[in-house]
Design a protein around this ligand. Structure first.
Ligand code: FES
Length: 452
């Protein structure tokens, strides 16, 4: 309607018009300029370990089949029959040597190539196109630490370019052990009545909301602080926030403060290895610590022992939470979860929750981690229920004539300051968590949306 992106995202005031959350025209542009162009997380390779295994997922509103072919290679195919547009695969998950459309029977191999149509002698696929042109539309695939990403953009950045400076940090979470991560069951899913950007911008490492919205975590002792001084002493608020021009971000918490909270003991005078054994990163058990040294550099190890990444996200719609949590045998196994916020029209989002443990962790630890994740970051968990109550209220406001004229404010900014001796690159924000990383999320959004 003539409104420019610069009017919606005010870079001088660091404000975003609430209209961006409800505008249907903008949503249509986002599907083309963001979701058809960036790398999207769909699945984990441990969901489809055998030839022929598949799961059905969504790349925004496009339904896709994530499949492992007979040779073991992973493919992502648009679940649209090239004949008359029917869904070829109707099952959420399974194993199949081929996929046969129920409408007229065209069939496709597990790599998406066209197998044939019924009544071969009648040439029901015609003569105008060769069989090699009649396969399912394929996306570009990259597997990173077992996570299956795909994009429709064959000419766009490689996955490494997409991660940019944050690869150094994400490797500490996803590429650190021999066996890698294992998904603990199928993802949990539910649909919320709000635009995808409401949870999306929070995945830009919004730490501040934790103090108030998730106050019960502090009161229950899960996030630290004391009953008298929750706002002053919560160790979860202090550390180093990291982001990059691609819009990804990580909140790294001071391990010494977290350790003190759990044990009331000090890291003082301890070596990196001693600290790793005193407080292993979430998901890492003592027997897995030697593997960290095989897969990570000395600086990455030092960061894990000092200021490990805890929560954050990858632009546009992924949140990760690798949380310390007490274990039943007295240790701290933690919870490893990833969420994706999949757009379902301008007014709805599907929340997809992936739960992980290290594949080589003891079985009891995996059970504890599954329980921790469900209780905390699961769809009915103590943390996500708070958010799921909040986001639809923001959405409701963004639809009002007056409400959509309001702005979201990102003015608590530290500015990039790389501490002396810091481990990696990127945009670095030390101290009490601020708005910088979420503002960078919006700058990445603006960059992609201005890219015609
Ligand atoms: Fe699939 Fe006709 S629509 S075979």
């Amino acid at each position: 309607d003539g409104t420019t992106l610069d009017e919606l995202i005010d870079v001088d005031m660091n404000e975003v018009s609430m209209r961006v959350m409800s505008d249907e025209e903008l949503y249509a542009h986002e599907m083309e300029r963001i979701f058809a162009k960036t790398w999207l997380l769909l699945a984990h390779e441990t969901e489809i370990p055998n030839p022929g295994d598949f799961v059905m997922r969504d790349m925004a509103e496009d339904n896709v089949i994530v499949s492992r072919d007979r040779a073991g290679e992973i493919h992502v195919m648009l679940n649209v029959c090239p004949h008359r547009g029917m869904k070829v695969c109707l099952a959420e998950a399974g194993n199949a040597a081929s996929h046969r459309c129920i409408y007229h029977g065209w069939a496709f191999k597990s790599d998406g190539s066209f197998l044939g149509a019924p009544v071969e002698r009648e040439r029901m696929h015609g003569d105008k196109r060769g069989k090699e042109e009649l396969g399912l539309k394929k996306a570009r695939v990259h597997v990173y630490g077992g996570l299956i990403f795909a994009t429709w953009n064959y000419e766009g950045p490689t996955f490494e370019e997409f991660l940019g400076d944050t690869k150094f940090y994400f490797d500490q979470l996803f590429c650190r052990t021999d066996g890698g991560l294992e998904m603990l069951g199928p993802p949990q899913r539910f649909v919320l009545p709000c635009n995808w950007k409401i949870p999306g911008e929070q995945s830009g490492s919004d730490g501040f909301h934790t103090l108030t919205l998730h106050r019960s975590l502090m009161e229950g002792g899960i996030m630290g602080g004391t009953a008298e001084s929750i706002y002053d002493n919560a160790p979860g608020m202090y550390g180093v926030d990291i982001s990059c021009k691609q819009g990804h971000s990580l909140r790294c918490l001071e391990a010494a403060l977290t350790f003190k909270m759990f044990s009331n003991m000090s890291f003082e005078g301890k070596t990196v290895d001693e600290r790793l054994h005193m407080l292993p990163p979430p998901g890492i058990t003592p027997e897995l610590i030697p593997q960290l040294y095989k897969h990570l550099s000395p600086t990455q190890i030092e960061q894990l022992a000092t200021c490990p990444p805890q929560v954050g996200g990858m632009f546009p719609n992924i949140l990760f939470a690798f949380i310390f949590a007490p274990r039943t045998d007295g240790g701290a196994s933690g919870a490893l979860a990833l969420h994706t916020y999949v757009p379902k029209g301008p007014n709805h989002v599907e929340f997809v929750n992936f739960i992980f443990a290290e594949k080589d962790a003891p079985e009891q630890v995996k059970r504890d981690m599954l329980q921790n994740s469900i209780q905390q970051t699961g769809t009915s968990g103590t943390i996500e229920q708070d958010d799921a109550d909040t986001w639809p209220q923001i959405m409701r406001n963004a639809r009002g004539v007056m409400g959509k004229g309001m702005t979201l404010k990102y003015q608590a900014l530290t500015g990039h300051q790389k501490p002396e001796g810091w481990y990696g690159d990127g945009l670095i924000y030390p101290g009490f968590t601020k708005d910088d990383t979420q503002w960078n999320w919006w700058l990445a959004y603006r960059d992609l949306m201005s890219d015609a």
